[in-house]
Ligand binder design. Sequence first.
Ligand code: HSE
Length: 337
Amino acid sequence: MKDIKISIIGFGDVGQGVVQVLSQKQQTLEKLGVNIKVVAIADSRSSLVNADGIDLKKAVKVKRNTGIVGRRGSTTAEIIKNTDHDLVVEVTPTDINTGEPGLTNILTAIESGKHVVTSNKGPFARNYAKLMKAAKDHGVVLRYEATVGGAMPIINLIEENLAGNTIERIDGILNGTCNYILTRMGEETLDYQHALLEAQELGIAEADPTYDVMGIDAACKLVILANTAYNNNTVFDDVSITGITKITPQALELADKNGYRVRLICEVSEQVLSVAPKLVPKKHPLAVGGTLNIATIHTDLSKMVTISGIGAGSIETASAILSDIIHIYRACLANTR
Ligand code: HSE
């Protein structure tokens, strides 16, 4: 049995989802020959460390009852640097402008020789190349499947299953909130404010929903996809962005009458980086409804591969994080053989 000691930095919905999934999947992990022990958890105001493994149920209970997970006093950097562990799960809230606190957390982890798995898009918006270089220089792995499309395994699909293919283009829907709003407004004639409120109630919208409706969240995911597919140092400011705030019910009705849906479409290629509302024929694969995400990857060898899945949610995001942790553990085992 291989022991992996991890910390969880950020203990909101996603951090708690990771803890829930780790508890739920203990037997599955045992069958895989891995014992994941959480030795540190930090939120923005406190931290909890136990070298023998934290009582996860109790940690969630304390967080829910008190708003904090442990004691005040230590900084996140101290927890990352000074706790003996192998891998940091970085799941603090996304800030696309500064990338913080995720950017510093990830760099601190890398520089102290720890692997990193993250769902945080913000650090990658302007620093993808810097982060990947830092990981390479320090001989650790940085994985980020959960940053794009939640449970939809698109990063691994590009990097592993389609390895050797030339990625000609990726078209997709990468923001569940916008898709939900456009579906509710277009097909069920709900007004914009109510549709947005519903998306917020579903827990899929960003803390600041302008990130969603202005196309900023989708653009950030597009930056991550472009760097993954082309390793071309794409940054947020390279993306042409139009959100959904100017779409009227009349425009949606007209589209519907003519056999189209309006969807916020991301287009990624070596020439084009764009997020914008587009008309999509109703029977087109990209015309998915509700909160779903979808992407079609156009390649030279495999031609078109389309993948769809749930793009947000704490358990779905935790699923992508768990798969990244398992991947790193397998790679480490292979290296020690
Ligand atoms: N607000 C995002 C969305 C959450 O609606 O898709 C997942 O990144």
